[in-house]
Design a binder for this molecule. Structure first.
Ligand code: KIV
Length: 272
């Protein structure tokens, strides 16, 4: 029997593990506000990721680096208030965990306490493993994130596909195994070759969720504004648009402006 939409009232980390074990794909989308999160949750999304991509799509920054812990907590609390069924995972923002493991734990505790979220996500492998272990030891579930890790964009220099070379692929596989054995409940792989992602998903027992990582992984994640066609300029190969809300909203707003200008809105029925 499918775990999805069956008797599951709340998706937990154990439910997503069961999905992997039973071969059921996991559907994850980003969310940053109450109204949209309510729609995604009601539609049956398994995981809502309060991604630090809020820095781009909500605040208009070029990178994910500027968003603060306080801003992430604000977005996360809004999403948590809307999520009746979905598991809510929140990104630890750049600068809130790289210093040392104590700082990382403090940031993770703030997110859990002040937003009511169910888990946190951190970017990186061996270099942050002490922080991952410390957060886990406090009973906070952790999702890993390898491959293209946007918080390190100035180290990479570009947003192109990662781990195409053997050495980087080898390190990524080792990092994935390390995160899994340390106790992460799942792992995001961003923009890496499908063959490598497939190998990681087969090697580790935890669910692997991909974005631009092919079909061989255990689930998929997209940025909500991208898959709904709200953002326009961003169109990487991995992105499938399920709506064109930019055009829909643009037309609706133009119609509203026209109605107001010609004094057609409000009409007799729309007034007191
Ligand atoms: O911040 C984000 O939206 C993410 C996803 C792209 C996985 O980390």
């Amino acid at each position: 029997m499918s775990v999805h939409k069956s008797t599951i009232k709340r998706v937990t980390t154990h439910v997503v593990q069961a999905m992997k074990d039973q071969g059921e794909k996991i559907a994850m989308l980003t969310a940053y506000d109450y109204s949209m999160a309510k729609i995604l949750d009601a539609a049956g999304i398994d995981i809502l990721l309060v991604g630090d991509s809020a820095s781009n799509v909500m605040a208009g920054h070029e990178t994910t680096l500027p968003i603060t812990l306080e801003q992430m907590i604000y977005h996360a609390a809004s999403v948590v208030r809307a999520a009746k069924r979905s598991l809510v995972v929140v990104d630890l923002p750049f600068g809130s965990y790289q210093g040392n493991s104590q700082e990382a734990l403090k940031s993770a505790i703030r997110i859990m306490k002040e937003s009511g979220a169910h888990a946190v996500k951190l970017e990186g492998g061996a270099e942050i493993i002490e922080s991952v272990a410390r957060i886990l030891s406090a009973g906070i579930p952790v999702m890993g994130h390898l491959g293209l890790t946007p918080q390190s964009i100035y180290k990479f220099g570009t947003y192109t596909v990662r781990a195409k070379q053997a050495a980087e692929a080898k390190k990524l596989l080792a990092d994935a195994e390390l995160l899994a054995t340390t106790g992460c409940f799942s792992l995001v792989l961003e923009k890496i070759p499908a063959g490598l992602a497939d190998k990681v998903a087969q090697t580790v027992t935890i669910p692997v969720i991909g974005i631009g990582a092919g079909a061989g992984v255990d689930g998929q994640v997209l940025v909500m504004q991208d898959m709904l066609g709200i953002t326009q300029a961003f169109s990487p190969r991995f992105l499938r648009r399920y709506a064109n809300l930019y055009n829909e909203i643009n037309t609706a707003v133009q119609n509203y402006i026209a109605d107001v200008k010609r004094a057609d809105f409000p009409n007799r029925e729309e007034q007191y």
